[in-house]
Design a binder for this molecule. Structure first.
Ligand SMILES: O=C(CO)[C@@H](O)[C@H](O)COP(=O)(O)O
Length: 225
């Protein structure tokens, strides 16, 4: 399996975001995870599309993995697609018309995903599997970096993996499975063994003095899966 590491800029130094993007990619990251919080859907406020546009040149060809923690979603989907997002994910609770929001993302030329909070059941995926490029399972409640991984996420990850495998076996497209929250060197292997292939890590990488060393450690753990 191919694994991807997507460092969350939420824990980066906001005073030098462009440099942080270049540095973490040079340190071996695959994607850049861009957490958009609106102080409405979640109790925190981060960045908008103008910031994404400003940092995009620092990312080269790396996927800008935009996680919308906003409500409503549709107007911002368009703004972030124009600003350079490659993957756009949103929470089903935040869209009145989930199928329409997924189509909007695809029509704008981006990849689309749904994000499930720890207490959101997998059933919400049932009628939209054909439209998904990625499922993002939150392993913390959204809004803040630096929280502890919720262990029940491992069972949910296995169940999501089983759904994806069944979908592919029935002739459907592959769907990436990303986990976000409390991902560290010491739990990434267990999360991968449960079925994840894409890992968001914020504080584990950006709070460390040597990004490359942490990413190399994570990859070494993933190589043991
Ligand atoms: O979306 C979120 C939080 O809402 C995450 O992306 C966190 O930013 C991950 O941070 P760590 O738990 O890895 O520090």
């Amino acid at each position: 399996m191919t694994f991807r590491i997507s460092p969350s800029l939420l824990s980066a130094d906001f005073a030098k975001l462009g440099e942080e993007v270049s540095n973490v990619l040079a340190a071996g990251a695959d994607w850049i995870h861009f957490d958009v919080m609106d102080n409405h859907y979640v109790p925190n406020l981060t960045f908008g599309p103008m910031i994404l546009e400003a940092i995009k040149p620092y990312a080269g060809n790396a996927v800008m993995d935009v996680h919308l923690m906003v409500e409503p979603v549709d107007a911002l989907i368009s703004s972030f697609a124009k600003a350079g997002a490659n993957m756009i994910t949103f929470h089903p609770e935040a869209s009145r018309h989930v199928d329409r929001s997924l189509s909007l993302i695809k029509d704008l030329g981006c990849q689309a995903g749904l994000v499930l909070n720890p207490a959101t059941p997998l059933n919400v995926l049932e009628h939209v599997m054909d439209k998904l490029d990625m499922i993002l399972l939150m392993s913390v409640n959204p809004g803040f970096g630096g929280q502890s991984f919720i262990p029940e996420t491992l069972n949910k990850t296995s169940a999501a993996r089983a759904r994806i495998d069944a979908h592919v076996a029935a002739g459907g497209q592959n769907i990436l499975l990303e986990i976000d929250g409390g991902v560290k060197v010491d739990n990434i292997r267990e999360i991968a063994q449960a079925g994840a292939d894409t890992f968001v890590a914020g504080s584990a990488i950006f709070n460390a003095p040597d990004y490359a060393a942490v990413i190399a450690h994570m990859r070494a753990e993933l190589a043991r899966v």
